[in-house]
Design a protein around this ligand. Structure first.
Ligand code: B12
Length: 292
């Protein structure tokens, strides 16, 4: 292990391992970005740990880890998610739907569940896009197009899931009046479908009365409410109460989430579970029923 840490490589080898030019490596050495030692003959030598630190800190991928004597799969695993998030964000901004689809399908093939893809790739990519929009670095149309692209991608992912068995419990979800944010609701649907539930996102901006009727008609085991924005928080608390009471009677667990549900608002609500993210929903739903 220590021997490996002390092993050094030439700029040419490091360049090949990173998939960049040798000139870039020499420049980074000279700028102090990559630390190095010099041989008696005056040639630069870069320790392997310097390369690995550089890769980690700068979100680089190792194009050919084997040049540094590392296993060819180095850089896969958890780092792949960060990389995928960055690429997803770029593809969103460029309007590249195919790339967005490819990235999410690849992650599923690599064994990541929908909750992880939503929490660690899609949501942070949109967060970044929102930041860029706020700072005038991204256009409104790019954000709107990004939402459309992701809606299509999620619906394609839905098509790739096995249909639920008839004995699977039902889950329904919605966002309240005044909340146009549809992606969290669509993602919740996918997370539950992946677990084998008969899940259906009813849509955005639903009055609580019609959600109540849906609970009466569809007999769900879970109702999820995604609340990203609330025009009238007090009105929401009042309208929500009878819905919650009905759910309690019908043994339907109410799961709430979304950035508008502040701590003070949550204290005024009753619910079975509050989820910060999709992985929480996955865990909760799985504890109730999970075919997978
Ligand atoms: C897309 C978007 C929109 C779209 C949404 C379209 C659609 N059909 O969904 C539209 C065009 C509607 C929109 C409008 C506006 N937006 Co906007 N929008 C965004 C953006 C870029 C992404 C939101 C999103 O969908 N993210 C993807 C989802 C999956 O991630 P998420 O919401 O974080 O959800 C995660 C968790 O919270 C959790 N979760 C959420 N809900 C639930 C529910 C359950 C049950 C569970 C288990 C989990 C869960 O799981 C998710 C995955 O981890 C955000 C940026 C950001 N920071 O998020 C701005 C952002 C939210 N918008 C913003 C603004 C300012 C606006 C507008 C006022 C702009 C304007 N001038 O018109 C309007 C207001 C609209 C309104 N009525 O309130 C600001 C809000 C600032 C603030 N502090 O309030 C943000 C933060 C952008 C920014 N950086 O300034 N927006």
């Amino acid at each position: 292990m220590d021997r490996r840490r002390n092993e050094t490589f030439s700029p040419n080898q490091v360049a090949r391992s990173l998939g960049v030019s040798e000139a870039s490596i020499k420049r980074w050495c000279d700028k102090g970005i990559l630390s190095f030692t010099k041989t008696a003959g005056g040639h630069r030598r870069i320790p392997v740990h310097v390369v690995l630190d550089f890769v980690r800190e700068n979100d680089f991928t190792l194009a050919q880890p084997e040049v540094l004597g590392l296993p060819p799969s180095v850089g896969l695993g958890s780092r792949t998610l960060r990389q995928a998030c960055r690429l997803y964000g770029q593809a969103l901004e460029q309007g590249d739907e195919l790339q967005c689809l490819q990235l999410t399908l690849d992650l599923r093939l690599a064994g990541h569940d929908m909750a992880v893809i939503g929490d660690r790739v899609i949501a942070p990519a949109f967060y970044e896009l929102g930041q860029r929009w706020q700072h005038g670095e991204a256009e409104v149309y790019q954000e709107r197009r990004g939402v459309e692209i992701t809606r299509h991608v999620l619906s394609r992912l839905k098509d790739s899931l096995a249909p639920p068995v008839s004995a699977a419990p039902t889950a329904i979800g919605a966002t309240p009046l005044g909340d146009p944010y549809s992606l969290p609701g669509q993602l919740c649907e996918l997370v539950l479908l992946e677990l084998g539930w008969q899940a259906r996102f009813l849509g955005s901006e639903l009055p609580m009365e019609t959600v109540t009727t849906a609970v009466e008609d569809l007999h769900p085991r879970v109702l999820w409410l995604s609340v990203s924005v609330l025009e009238d928080p007090e009105g929401f608390v009042l309208d929500y109460r009878p819905l919650y009471e009905l759910c309690l009677k019908r043994q339907c667990a109410v799961v709430v989430g979304g950035r508008a549900l502040t701590g003070s608002l949550r204290r005024q609500l009753k619910y079975a579970s509050y989820c910060d993210n999709l992985s929480h929903l996955r865990g909760f739903a799985h504890s109730l029923w999970g075919a997978k």
